[in-house]
Ligand binder design. Sequence first.
Ligand SMILES: [Zn+2]
Length: 289
Amino acid sequence: MSLGAKRFAKSVAVGAALAAGGTPPPESITRTLLRMMKIGYEPPGVKVVYPGGAPSAACISIDFDATIPERLVPNGTGTSAVLALSERYRIPLTWAMCGRTVEEDWPSYRRIVDSPVRQEVGVHTYSHVDATKVTPEQLKEEVEHCISVLKLPERPKTFVFPWNRVAHFKTIEECGFVAYRDKSRVIGLPKKVQGLWNIPPVWYLDRNSLGAARLIGKVMDLCIASGSVFHLWFHPWSVVEPTPEEFTTEVLEPVFAGMADARDKGRLSILTMGEIGGAMEDGLGRRSG
Ligand SMILES: [Zn+2]
């Protein structure tokens, strides 16, 4: 089967699982389908009311990191395209900032923090270090260096490990972070891991997502139907191929529009990672049910 045909089959199958009825949808069907897409399925199992009042939540996290010089221009182009959509659909975003990239493209960073729509600024270390290969002291230094570059009015709440390689949780917690994004894709409720709330990713956007907007929409519907968190993530430079316009029209715009529609119908609270982590910390898990 071609990639397009496979995607079509998956989206029909996810649609059928949803149409089979029940909230949450039948677990056996859903779990098998999601396994094909390498997505875990751990729905809350109880009714959850997320901040904003909806029975499900979504967030979008973006790793702002031009780790090779050729990515600096696409990083800026992608940032502009995504901010335009965030502002058009009033969808807040969560940015994981690599301090060095912020220094290299200060105007793009300023556009983010000056946006009229809520943009959470998180940390992705200063020089994109692999946390598993440095000491806790070196990681702390990388975090503090990044924070000093960001010049924020308050300390950031969200940390994204470069390459999602996790280590030294205690250090990250001591730096004041509450939320992070683990590597494994899971549809479910955030879980606390060694003092930090993991807001698990569900879908990564890059050129493999071209032609997959319908499938992504179905996966979002499944998150909504099961009371889970729909967490989308990408890099600004991963959403500009073959051209920024084409990726926006084919993927970003339909996905943002679908999220905004679900929000406007009261089915989805669109939040930042820090807001979700904060709500979990305040007892969202305990209050649910
Ligand atoms: Zn990164």
